[in-house]
Design a protein around this ligand. Structure first.
Ligand code: FMN
Length: 391
């Protein structure tokens, strides 16, 4: 399955098209609605989240509640559009002259503003801001909702929690190897999606302090995929390696600057005999590992353990205090633009991370078990699982 999105942050609507989604899947619209809500929540989000209550309007690909194999297209309307109709007008009628709309010429360091303005030969950074904004991730979360629904049929579940915001870190060393569902339940209750209540409060405080200073924060979140059969992905070509596909998908989330598979960072400073997950066998469990430092992927393929990913997010580039920049026309020193913005979006990014991981795994499942029809896929899956059991 693949998808495309379009839409400006303050345009009329965002739109998405999912291609190659199997037929016969019952779609739980409330579930997808709740996924969109999860992306919009989190301590440290800007005022916009109070204005927008994202809802999906399906245009095609679904009949009587189930998919029909044709492209699924949908809209998410921007509620704020009413206030931006003139600034974001598709037509030039109604504008009296070039000066009618104030142009943005002071690029924000850390954003797409500077390079986008140059690359596309604009005279207004607004054109860059509107599409480079993380508003687009609402479409990814809707697509991720479809992917999660598909994965559920195969007993695969994706979870996330926040491990770090700014300098405040939680420590889940003991529970890190094997996913404990309790962590997710606790994360869902936390405003910063951190399972540790005490650390959650500290994270909220550090966000408040950053906001008071007119600054912003980044952090780190962890993703788990549970119920993954061995043998998804491949070592046969560079672009079929599942770890590479996951890294690409997670790195494509705005502001994510590093992706770690399992304990990848630790792997560079430890030795082979202490790092690699030794292989064991007994009749009851079959093949198993006692550790999961590899994060469930070896040789570009899943090995049957949980997939474990960490993602590192840089601080939000739009700061109330502003940053030094240069006016693209006058070349004079200025302070960067401040527009309604988040102080910290790590909790929301973790929900986007779940979606991107779900999409990559759903695609890998389709590679292995087919893509036309869910029942055909499930038959192929059952045969494969029987094969695995009898090795
Ligand atoms: C869920 C989410 C919300 C974000 N909200 C904002 C925001 O309100 N203001 C902002 O300047 N950047 C925000 N960002 C970050 C920018 O989109 C990002 O820093 C920018 O695209 C440049 O990052 P890049 O260099 O990784 O592309 C957000 C990112 C995510 C994932």
């Amino acid at each position: 399955m693949r998808f495309l999105s379009s839409g400006e942050s303050h345009g009329k609507a965002l739109s998405g098209i999912i291609d190659d989604y199997p037929s016969g899947v019952d779609i739980d619209f409330d579930f997808i609605g709740n996924e969109l809500k999860r992306r919009q929540s989190g301590y440290g989000r800007g005022e916009r989240m109070a204005i927008e209550k994202d809802r999906l309007e399906i245009l095609s690909g679904i009949r009587y509640g189930a998919t029909i194999g044709s492209p699924i297209s949908f809209l998410i309307h921007n509620k704020d559009w009413e206030n931006w109709k003139k600034k974001m007008s598709v037509s030039s009628s109604g504008l009296c002259c070039d000066n009618d709309i104030e142009k943005i010429l002071n690029p924000r360091p850390g954003h797409a503003d500077f390079s986008g303005y140059i690359k596309y030969r604009f005279d207004d950074i607004r054109n860059v801001i509107e599409r480079s904004s993380a508003r687009e991730t609402a479409i990814r979360v809707a697509v991720g909702g479809f992917a999660k629904i598909l994965l559920k049929s195969f007993g695969i579940y994706i979870y996330s929690f926040v491990e770090q915001i700014g300098g405040i870190k939680a420590n889940f060393k003991n529970t890190f190897n094997k996913f404990d569902e309790k962590l997710f339940i606790l994360a869902e209750k936390s405003e910063v999606r951190c399972p540790d209540e005490f650390i959650s409060e500290k994270m909220k405080k550090t966000i408040e302090i950053a906001a008071k200073k007119g600054s912003t924060l980044g952090g780190k979140f962890t993703l788990f995929a549970k119920g993954i059969p061995a043998g998804l992905g491949s070592y046969c070509q560079w672009d079929r390696r599942l770890d590479a596909k996951i890294a690409h998908a997670i790195m494509s989330i705005p502001a994510i600057k590093a992706v770690e598979i399992g304990k990848g960072i630790l792997s560079s400073e430890t030795s082979g005999i202490s790092f690699h997950d030794e292989i064991f066998y007994n009749k009851k469990e079959g093949f198993f590992r006692k550790t999961n430092n590899a994060g469930g992927i070896e040789g570009g393929m899943t090995n049957g353990e949980d997939i474990l990913i960490s993602a590192y997010m840089k601080p939000i580039p739009t700061t109330a205090a502003g940053l030094k920049t240069v006016n693209m026309k006058t070349k004079k020193s200025e302070i960067s633009l401040m527009e309604r913005s988040d102080v910290c979006a790590v909790p929301a990014a973790s929900v986007v991370g779940e979606s991107m991981l779900s999409i990559v795994i759903a695609d890998a499942i389709q590679d292995k078990f087919g893509k036309d029809n869910i029942f055909e896929m499930l038959e192929n899956y059952k045969n494969y699982m029987n094969y695995l059991k009898n090795i």
